[in-house]
Design a protein around this ligand. Structure first.
Ligand code: URP
Ligand code: ZN
Ligand code: ZN
Ligand code: ZN
Length: 463
């Protein structure tokens, strides 16, 4: 395997900013040394002068080809992981799904089938539990052994994914004993369904009503509830896609008590708002996801949470549906719009824009987008950092490149961009996955099947 030397760049990790060269051999980082201080030779030299050299992004929340609401998310593992690489992400953790009445193992096998031989970058799985009973609880232990060490449970979507409080408590107790991490989609789905029915009865059928019925208070209530259940179980909880300031407050309060309670937010909640849901005609459907976008004044609480570490991770919840034919399923009824936004290609750049704007610093950018998701989900230090022994998942990032995000230029298999026309500064120029170029000088040189499955260890993060 080729030896690669990356020279002249500023290596940024969650903990350091170092003017060093990086030597890659056998797919691993083998050494770092001050520019010009060594006599290293290599088969390939990448000149990163004036650029950042950062760990590949770790997106811990994606849904490639996920069946949802009578349709299927439009990115396959092939197209979605390729788009991720274009955006400087080199690992995705996707959600395998247990079917109702099926076993966890059957769900996991089905997701392996979809992904195997198709990914451009490395991938791992969480498990969505749709049917918590004696047998699936027992199976959790086996999944942990197989490297699927996190389990998503829902307080939302009655009749589809919703688990009741007793089921969530049992899953948390089991995770407490086998080292797994329970992730929760925290919204009060039963109350939301009442409000949906009442809104539709009043003739409120457009996309913006999706945001109105999925109230921030009902996210806060469910967040509070899962925190208390985790406290009773004596197990940690990770709340996914936090969007409401009231939910951040619940997490902050629990963390102030020292509880192992963690929170993730997503770019859509940091950069978009209910103003997008209210765009004229049916345009708002492009922004229908759950938890929903909030009024813009919630964003400051999310940014603050990222700075104070009350939120630890930014993932995308990438779950794209085309506007034509898919989002349009809800033309007459917002509750039939498939939930989810595209974003796997945009996350690293949008968060870099937050660095440019002074909202977070460079190391925090790498922390929330690479290092902490890797640590949280048992992939660190193989992924999420640049250090001897780590996989050479490395991005040469041009912090000065200007780009305009658009469906016309993105690589996600979806017919719109949630960030159409937005200007951002910064772009991944070259992306290595285990030392192998996937993107080289803004050209795709990877291939489906390069990406390998990553069995994960246990959560390595403590409050
Ligand atoms: O709207 C969303 N978030 N769709 C994906 C499924 C989920 O709940 O994460
Ligand atoms: Zn969810
Ligand atoms: Zn999701
Ligand atoms: Zn390969």
């Amino acid at each position: 395997m080729a030896r690669t030397l990356i020279t002249g760049g500023l290596v940024v990790t969650a903990s350091d900013e170092l003017h060093v060269d990086v030597l890659v051999d056998g797919g691993k980082v083998v050494a770092l040394a001050t520019h010009g201080s060594h006599g290293w030779t290599a088969d390939h030299v990448i000149d990163a002068t004036g650029k950042y050299v950062i760990p590949g992004g770790v997106d811990a929340h994606t849904h490639m080809e996920m069946p949802f609401g009578g349709t299927t998310a439009s990115d396959t593992f092939e197209t979605g992981t390729r788009a991720a690489a274009w955006g400087g992400t080199t690992t995705v953790v996707d959600f395998a799904i247990q079917s109702k009445g099926g076993s966890l193992r059957e769900g996991l096998d089905a997701w392996h089938e979809k992904a195997e031989g198709r990914c451009a970058i490395d991938y791992a799985f969480h498990m969505i539990m749709s049917d918590v009973d004696e047998s699936s609880l027992k199976e959790m232990d086996r999944l942990v052994e197989l490297g699927v060490t996190s389990f998503k449970l829902f307080t939302a979507y009655p009749g589809v994914f919703l688990s009741d409080d007793g089921q969530i408590l049992r899953a948390m107790q089991r995770a407490g004993s086998n080292g797994g991490l329970v992730m929760t989609h925290a919204e009060n789905g039963l109350a939301i369904d009442v409000l949906v029915e009442q809104a539709l009865a009043r003739g409120e059928r457009g996309p913006r009503h999706h945001g109105e019925v999925r109230k921030a208070l009902l996210e806060a209530e469910a967040t509070h509830r899962v925190i208390k259940l985790s406290q009773v179980a004596g197990a940690p909880v990770y709340v996914v896609h936090v969007s409401a300031r009231e939910a951040v407050a619940e997490l902050a309060r629990a963390r102030d008590e020292g509880l192992p309670v963690f929170g993730e937010t997503c770019p859509q909640y940091l950069f978009l708002s209910t103003d997008n849901l209210a765009e004229p005609g049916f345009e708002g459907a492009k922004y229908v996801c759950s938890t929903p976008l909030r009024p813009a004044d919630h964003q400051e609480a999310l940014w603050r949470g990222l700075r104070t570490n009350d939120l630890q991770v930014v993932s995308t919840d990438h779950c794209p549906f085309c506007f034509k034919g898919q989002k349009e399923m809800g033309l007459e009824d917002f509750s039939k719009i498939p939930n989810g936004l595209p974003g796997v290609e945009n996350r690293m750049d949008l968060l870099h824009q937050a660095v440019v704007d002074g909202r977070i610093d460079r190391r925090r950018w790498i922390d929330i987008a690479c290092a902490t998701p890797a640590r949280m989900f048992g992939l660190y230090p193989r992924k999420g950092t640049i250090a001897p022994g780590a996989d050479a998942d490395i991005v040469v990032y041009d912090p000065h490149a200007e780009q305009t995000l658009s469906a016309a230029t993105h690589h996600m298999n979806v017919d719109y961009s949630a960030y159409e026309g937005r200007k951002v500064t910064g772009r991944a120029e070259t992306v290595l996955s285990r030392g192998v170029p996937v993107i080289a000088d803004r050209a795709y040189v990877g291939h489906a099947g390069h990406g390998t499955y990553l069995p994960r260890g246990l959560c390595q993060y403590t409050n």
